[in-house]
Design a protein around this ligand. Structure first.
Ligand code: ATP
Length: 669
């Protein structure tokens, strides 16, 4: 049985390293006197050999092979550095090439353990699996950065303000110190000195404000751009994309994930750039003051990064499950609100309550888990910080005793260490948040990657249509139910100027035939022809202006009556609008309304038109008994729920819910 390449990797690295060390033995007399620099030089020389060795595993080279080679090369050097910093006086770092072969084994075992902790943080148990298709979109971080780059003007302005505000902040104490020096040297308080302090303060305040404003603007623009892109992608998807995918799940992407993804880069840039700059500058000062102590103190950075990395991977997994769990809770609420009549008829209120309570409990468990892990990792990080602090104090005590540093240097160093510590904290936390927020967009990117498969690129727009429909040996199976063919070799004709009815038992495929005629689906085999031309050859908008469907349950969009009637008709004239309303018998009813055609600016207003008059239009729920007025529309209830509990949602209209009767046609194309 062939060993997987990931299992081969440690053995291969061990052999390659042993070979490299044999080659390095002649260099030991040159490297040993260099101390810490020597061990790092040795690591740098071993690294290319190790990296080249991993290429031998191609084409099944495991991901992370270069990182493994890097860890193996750096582990002995890092150990040697620590040993020389903390070990007994005179303890050198020690070259691996000069050590006994057992050290090679120990170094590789330590590196393998570090790799294991980095690469495979234990997957949190008891977390509900993500439903349906697991997010696969890769490169979420790069995609967030690419999205942010599209708003580079605003980003540039924000970063410029950030730099100017940081300069103002840094200059403030410096200028204040200079003024104090001038006062103490007897020059007195000059207008110039006061002006400098005021200018530094004003610069800091002004640009801090602008910085915040530009980052907020950036976030808003990113949100608009990503929401728009996602929406236009969704409305062009094939219908099978929407099958079995609750609307609330899709809406959760808009209400939760899009804002989270769009806040990733602005928040990170705002926090991280400043902290990175400050940490680097102060870190350089620390190295200048006491290099040995600085190396020891700065050990906190890689160890902190490792801890945060493990935490981040676990948090991302938990958060993904949390997002899925909230999407499921939302779709449960939406379903219950939409199907309230059915629930009432079956007196299933308690079952629904129970299910909702179960969904909420799952969410709560995940939330608790996230918070517990946060507390645990904060504790680990604090212990790490404290340990490094104690080690620095211990080492500085030795250096003070030996006269390598003065008490003044020690105090300055410890103050710097605090500053760097707080900025490193922000860096690690901010970076972790950035990764988590960027990862929240996996499903959004996955949706954006999905291309519709149906071709709607027809071009025919004949000036005249007879309206002669032919079904030629049409067979069709819904993609969501491939086992159950709905239409098998169906052929019939519908002639222009005649009223034709399709009759058949429930589920025999009447609505499906109408959906095929509306070009909502492509037949699996056979053809649907209009005037002898297959439907896909007609231009999309042209076809849908000519082939019209009146559903049993019309969908009412938010907006005015006028907007609902002219939906999809770009240049509809007033006379055509009135003609359509008169033909539908709705003219008197519309004219009787206080705001006429403009009634229903929002869903709240449409309540007023759900009356006996409206019921003749077949508006759902009209005139039913819901207490003292019109029935509360599920959409309104859902919106209220959304604003109350902070989840996204709206109603899904089932596009296949078509009337099983081909309506009157002929002459009116
Ligand atoms: N979107 C869908 N996905 C999978 N199966 C579907 C879908 N829509 C309808 N079906 C199935 O296809 C079959 C035909 O449904 P269709 O609605 O076309 O029948 P119908 O004759 O119009 O029924 P009715 O008289 O009840 O309206 C049924 O078995 C139905 O369950």
């Amino acid at each position: 049985m062939a060993l997987p390449s990931a299992a081969l990797l440690p053995g291969l690295l061990l052999v390659a390293d042993a070979l490299a060390l044999v080659l390095l033995v002649p260099l030991v007399p040159l490297l040993a006197p260099l101390g810490v620099a020597g061990v790092w030089l040795e690591a740098a020389l071993r690294l290319p050999v190790l990296v080249v060795a991993t290429w031998l595993l191609a084409p099944r080279r495991p991901p992370g092979a270069t990182a493994a080679a890097l860890t193996v090369a750096a582990t002995p050097a890092a150990f040697g550095t620590l040993r020389s910093l903390l070990g007994p006086p005179g303890a050198g770092p020690g070259l691996l090439a000069a050590a006994s072969p057992a050290w090679l084994g120990v170094a590789h075992a330590a590196a393998a353990l570090a790799q294991l902790a980095w690469a495979a943080p234990p997957v949190p148990g008891g977390v509900p699996e993500t439903p349906g298709d697991v997010p696969k979109a890769a490169g979420t971080v790069w995609r967030v950065l690419a999205l942010t780059w599209e708003e580079r003007n605003v980003l540039g302005a924000a970063v410029l303000c950030l730099v100017l505000a940081a300069i103002g902040e840094t200059l403030g104490p410096y200028v204040t110190g200079k003024v104090l020096d001038a006062i103490s040297s007897g020059d007195g308080l000059t207008a110039g000195a006061v002006g400098m302090v005021a200018a530094a303060g004003a610069t800091s305040v002004l640009f801090s404000g602008c910085r915040g404003c530009f980052f907020l603007l950036l976030r808003a623009r990113l949100r608009r751009s990503l929401s728009l892109r996602l929406f236009s992608h969704l409305v062009h998807q094939d219908l099978d994309f929407f099958q079995g995918r609750p609307a609330a799940e899709l809406l959760a992407r808009f209400s939760t994930e899009v804002p989270q993804v769009c806040s990733a880069a602005p928040t990170a840039a705002n926090q991280l750039l400043r902290s990175l700059g400050m940490a680097l500058v102060v870190g350089v000062f620390m190295v200048g003051l006491a290099p040995g102590l600085a190396l020891l103190a700065l050990l906190e950075v890689p160890l902190g990064i490792t801890t945060r990395r493990i935490q981040s991977t676990r948090k991302q997994a938990l958060q993904q499950s949390m997002l899925e769990a909230s999407a499921r809770t939302s779709s449960g609420v939406q379903e219950s609100v939409a199907a309230i009549e059915t629930i009432r008829i079956f007196s299933a209120e308690e079952e629904e309550e129970e299910e909702h309570s179960c969904n909420l409990a799952k969410e709560l468990r995940l939330k608790e888990r996230i918070e517990l892990e946060l507390a645990f990792f904060t504790l680990v990080y604090r212990i790490l910080h404290l340990t490094i602090r104690v080690l620095v104090l211990f080492r500085s005590h030795q250096q003070l005793r030996d006269g390598h540093i003065t008490p003044g240097v020690l105090v300055t160093f410890l103050l710097y260490q605090d500053t760097v510590g707080s900025h490193v904290q922000v860096l690690l936390y901010g970076f972790n948040e950035f990764l988590t927020n960027a990862a929240a967009g996996r499903k959004v990117w996955e949706y954006l990657d999905r291309k519709p498969t149906r071709d709607i690129g027809g071009t025919r727009e004949p000036p005249e249509l007879q309206g002669h429909v032919t079904f030629q040996k049409v067979s069709f199976t819904y993609p969501g139910n491939p086992e159950h063919p709905v239409l098998k070799d169906v052929s019939f004709e519908v002639r222009s100027g005649e009223v034709t009815a399709l009759a058949g038992p429930n589920g025999s495929g009447k609505s499906t035939a109408v959906a095929l005629l509306e070009c909502l689906w492509d037949p699996g085999s056979g053809k649907v022809l209009l005037d002898g031309i297959p439907l896909p050859e007609y231009e999309h908008q042209y076809l849908h202006r000519k082939v019209v469907l009146v559903e049993q349950d019309p969908v009412l969009f938010s907006g005015t009556i006028r907007e609902n009637i002219v939906l999809g008709l770009e240049h509809c004239k007033e006379s055509e609008l009135q003609e359509a309303a008169t033909a539908a018998g709705a003219m008197d009813f519309i004219q009787g309304l206080e705001q006429g055609w403009d009634t229903g600016e929002s869903w709240g207003n449409t309540k007023g038109i759900l009356g006996p008059g409206a019921s003749s239009w077949g508006w759902r729920g009209a005139g039913e008994s819901w207490g003292d007025g019109a029935p509360p529309d599920p959409k309104i209830l859902w919106q209220r729920w959304e604003s109350m509990v902070g989840v996204g949602g709206s109603l899904r209209s089932d596009p296949t819910d078509a009337m099983g009767l081909i309506p009157q046609w002929g002459g009116g194309w």
